[in-house]
Design a protein around this ligand. Sequence first.
Ligand code: SF4
Length: 456
Amino acid sequence: MDMQYPVFTAEMKKTHKLLIPNMAPVQFRILAAAMEHEGYNVELLGNCGSHVAEEGLRYVHNDTCYPALLVIGQFLDALESGKYDPAHTALIITQTGGGCRASNYIFLLRKALARAGYGQIPVLSLNFSGLEKGNSLPMTVPFARMLLAAIYYGDLLAALRAQTEPYEENAGDAERLQGKWLDSICSQIRSGKGYSQREMRRTMPRIAAEFAAIPVDRSRKKVKVGVVGEIYVKYSPLGNNDLEKFLASQDCEVNLPGLMGFVQYCAYNISETAQLYGGTFFEKHISDVVLWYIGRMEKVIISALRDNGYHAPLPFRELIHQADGIIGRGNKMGEGWLLTAEMVELVRAGYENIICAQPFGCLPNHICGKGMINKIREVYPTANIAPIDYDPSATRVNQENRIKLMLAVGRERLEEQSAPEQKPAAQMTVIHGGVKRGKQGSGGKEQKEREHRIAG
Ligand code: SF4
């Protein structure tokens, strides 16, 4: 049976407020500014707490993906708050266009809205796959460029804060600087500026240099933790129970690989699918064009980070080879091979302690995340990876205890690395029987001869 649903019309830009679920707080704030530039009246939702999941559970089957349950719960919780006029409110949701259920959240949302009595509220789709024709966010080349720039600025600000904050001498410096630049970039983007490659080349090194000027003390080593997983629970504080804050409270430096990696992965997969299963010449090569364009921006962010002494992610063309020999690139459902590649990249970059965030109901991530852990450990024995499940019934305390166990191993290794090298007794320089014993090894023979002479 065909389901009838309201469509978001061009006129509604002026009359409706568009609510955005908050997945990656920094990146999404700039994305919201890009939408404001296009004339939309938007609001990034900030409601969280257990009642969001409860609201989701009321309208979505409990065996559906946890991210869908939370996104839908967050929308319904906002609508129930009475803050928004249902006659002048619309919602926007992403569709990846892949084979995963993320492409179908929109139908679950519409069904939930109808059941909750909000059937008149239109839902707009944000996708790059030609889905929801006539009801998707209209895309122009400048708007797409603006969205890409928004993601890169967000990735840069998130990475700089994450690598500065744990070491700052004056608490709050990195957060304040991030806030300052977020305000500045959002206002530039709102007025249609700041997103060209030339402007990014000028602005990004300035941002990184300002972060590098924050007084820090890097002599106290922190446990370095990488976070990978399903995209929503990886980034969303609502989805992962404020994971980043928890790790900060445990004295860690956190590395959350950027959101752009996922965009590049989605772009790459279009051509990979055509190469594997057949497709037109256009489909086989469209990814090259998109990745070439993104790659030019990628160079800017990588050198802004590296030139200012920060760790930078690998270029995507190198990232795709990180999982070679572990998982094939035909694994494209969910985060697919990218999840494995990111774990390997993190281990090789020194972020050997990894949290693999897994939502309930997510088969692809259990295969490409949890399923790859043993294989990764075989190749990289120092990898210390903990898969953590997120679902409505998983308790925060349980999740945090499991993370603490993983951190205990990381801390032990860190102490071993930072402890002054313990030399075995035979190698110690000690006064023994009036003879100063030297190191054994190349000088050992010489030392023995000297001792023999003395004894004789
Ligand atoms: S990646 Fe996992 S959580 Fe996300 S839609 Fe697919 S199955 Fe669901």
